[in-house]
Design a protein around this ligand. Structure first.
Ligand code: ADP
Length: 144
């Protein structure tokens, strides 16, 4: 059915990841389906929120990117998909912008995203999920 599925992963939110696992497994059925997992590291807002510029004591952006990728690779194992079906990616910037940009880049034909952290009221979509639904050019499966 789908050939290129994008699954954005917030590496800090295990509960959100657990919600999407069965839906990703169900939709990645074709041998040819590729599942792209994307974790976005919001460097800029992180550093700015600390009121800091980049400095020598801080891990370099490459180190942060590397640890985020290792964590993402660990998380992805829980999906129990054949390795040849999956690709993992790291981007930095605003999650919603990067998710939409990456979906365009890989020609995603489905995005699977959790709607919000489970502890947040069920009426709302999280801000990333809401923007992805609003602006995506392909179907979006929102998991509640
Ligand atoms: P909440 O505000 O409740 O966390 P969000 O809309 O921000 O809800 O998150 C919902 C989904 O958005 C996550 O399950 C994930 O798919 C995606 N997402 C959020 N942050 C990131 C991130 N930093 N990198 C990749 N995907 C993310």
């Amino acid at each position: 059915m789908y050939s290129s599925i994008l699954v954005p992963i917030d590496i800090a939110e295990e509960d959100l990841t657990n919600m999407v696992i069965p839906y990703v497994q169900t939709h990645a059925v074709l041998n040819t389906t590729k599942v792209h997992f994307l974790a976005v590291v919001p460097f800029h807002s992180f550093y700015t929120s600390l009121g800091l510029a980049y400095s020598a004591e801080m891990p370099s952006i490459n180190e942060i990117r590397q640890s985020a990728l290792s964590k993402l690779n660990e998380i992805v194992k829980q999906f129990r998909l054949p390795v040849e079906k999956i690709e993992t990616h790291i981007a930095d910037g605003s999650p919603k912008d990067q998710i939409l940009k990456f979906a365009h880049k890989i020609g995603a034909d489905l995005i699977i995203i959790a709607s919000h952290r489970p502890n947040i009221t069920t009426y709302l979509l999280g801000s990333n999920a809401a923007d992805v639904v609003r602006h995506a050019k392909c179907p979006v499966l929102v998991v509640r």
